[in-house]
Every structure is written in C-alpha cells, then in structure tokens.
Design a protein around this ligand. Structure first.
Ligand code: SF4
Length: 282
C-alpha cells in the first residue's frame, strides 16, 4: 500500500509539472487562450518536450496499475482507505487520497480486465510519444494494427459461436427469434426507442417501425408491418452478403441502408472490412 502511495505521489507531482510546462507553452508561445487543436498541441508538446520524463510518467502509470491490481482483491484495503480519508485530508494529502480511492474503485470494477486496460493505454501512449518525437505529421491518430484486427475478428467469431450455442439452449418466442437465417438481431432481439417515443429496429437501423405514444410496445413488437419487413430484410441481407465470402460479422444493414439506401449495399467501411479480411497475398 505504501509503495502504491509513493508511486501515486510521484506520478501526481510529475504530471502537474509536465502539464504546467505544456500549458505555459501553449498560452505564451502559441497564443492558445480560447481553444486548442491537434496541430498547436503537438507543436507545443515538441517545443517543451522532456521525453525522458514522459517515459518516466508512463513507467509510473504501469507500475501503479500493477500495484493496484495486486492490492484490490485484499479484503482489508477498502477499510484502510476509508479510515485514511480523514487523516489524509488533515495532512494536506486529500487529493492524493482521492486519486488512490478512485483508482481502487475503477480497478475493482474492471476485475481481470484491468491488466489489459493498463497495458493497452500505456502501449498506445508510448507509441504516440515516439511518433511525436519522430516528427510524424499526425502523431495522435491511432490506427489498429493488422494483428489487432485479426484478434478482433477471432473474438467476434468466438462470441458469435457462444451466442449461437446459447440460443440453441433457450426457448424462443416466434417474433423474437433470431434465427440462423438472419444476419443480425435488429428488430428481432432488440429495438431502440428515441426520446420522442419513436421505435427503431436498432440504434443503427433508423427505420421507424412505430411510436409508443400511439401503440404499446407489445403491439408494435407483434403487429408492426414495418418491423416484420425488417425481420424479413435481415434474412435477405444474410443471403446477399454471403456472396462476399469473409464479410459477415461486422457488416451492418442499418448503416448500409443509411449510406447506400439498400440494407445489403456495400458501404465504404464494409468495403474496407472486406479488404482487411482477405487473406494476405502469398
Ligand atoms: S448489425 Fe447493425 S443493424 Fe444489425 S444489430 Fe448490429 S448495429 Fe444493429
């Protein structure tokens, strides 16, 4: 616990020092009084950069993350933090206590994913830092790597298989059934309601199928002709896009309708997805 508090103290002080220097450069050298854009931010960052200290800052985040992950499961830690709140405030360390307390709560909610979260954030920040140092023209842009996309598709396939196994075990309502023949559950597994009571098959599929001020959700769910049409289209879409081979999970008929006017239409992001899913040549 003391080790984590020491790291938090150093991280806090270092972050304040680096942020103060950057803010001063932005205001004095770049005249950023009312707003900020990426170009000014990166230029100011380069002008006052202390890359060694920025790397130290990320080392501290990494170590503190590991410490918190190790400490969170311990049963006494939350009581100890609660008891320390008053004395910390009296000793002028209230901000540090709040920082640690917030960190503990966040890590407790993340559970086993906390390690991945810290590794991902630190890895991305280091990559950005190196792109700033190397003079990259758009250093803050983060693009997924090919390996990252491959992993995402693998996870999507695993989840789709788990969902299918789960559906096979569950009894189904004829209207709610997400049959194997449908591309997705828009209008079959879910609907979306906007602040005016309009009902849509999905947050992405903006085709109005009813309004809660005119009919009950049960009537819309069971009798809406528009919703029945969407369920039929979900079947057509599955058949239509099967001709594109690896395109499947990730294709969105709602987005397709918005961008091409046709639920199975190939919109630009779907074309890019298809390209990424083609096996590498050779
Ligand atoms: S694929 Fe698109 S339309 Fe279908 S459920 Fe997902 S977001 Fe909604």
């Amino acid at each position: 616990m003391l080790h984590a508090a020491g790291l938090a103290l150093e991280l806090n002080a270092l972050s304040h020092e680096l942020d103060a220097r950057l803010t001063q450069t932005l205001v004095e050298a770049f005249r950023c009084h009312d707003g900020l854009d990426e170009v000014a931010y990166v230029a100011a960052y380069r002008q006052c950069a202390r890359y060694d200290l920025r790397h130290r800052q990320l080392d501290l985040v990494d170590q503190l993350g590991q410490d918190l992950q190790r400490l969170v499961p311990k049963p006494f830690i939350h009581t100890a933090l609660k008891l320390a709140r008053g004395p910390a405030r009296l000793a002028g360390l209230g901000e540090l206590h709040r920082f640690l307390d917030t960190g503990f709560h966040a890590f407790r909610h993340m559970g086993a994913d906390a390690g991945t979260f810290v590794t991902t954030v630190v890895g991305r920040e280091r990559a950005i830092l190196e792109r700033i140092r190397a003079g990259h023209p758009m250093p803050l842009e983060i693009a997924p790597s090919r390996a990252g996309m491959a992993r995402l598709f693998e996870l999507q396939r695993e989840r789709a298989a788990a969902r299918q196994a789960d559906q096979e075990r569950r009894p189904t309502d004829a209207t709610a059934e997400v049959a194997d023949s449908k591309h997705c559950g828009a209008g079959s597994a879910t609907v979306t309601v906007d602040p005016f009571g309009n009902v849509y098959p999905c947050v992405q599929w903006r085709r109005r199928v009813g309004n809660l001020h005119e009919q009950s959700i049960q009537t819309i769910w069971r009798q809406s002709r528009e919703l029945a049409e969407v369920r039929r289209l979900a079947v057509d879409v599955k058949q239509a896009i099967s001709q594109h081979g690896p395109l499947g999970v990730g294709f969105c008929p709602g987005l397709a309708e918005q961008e091409t006017g046709d639920p199975p239409g190939l919109y630009p992001a779907a074309r890019r997805l298809l390209e990424l899913r083609q096996p590498p040549a050779g």
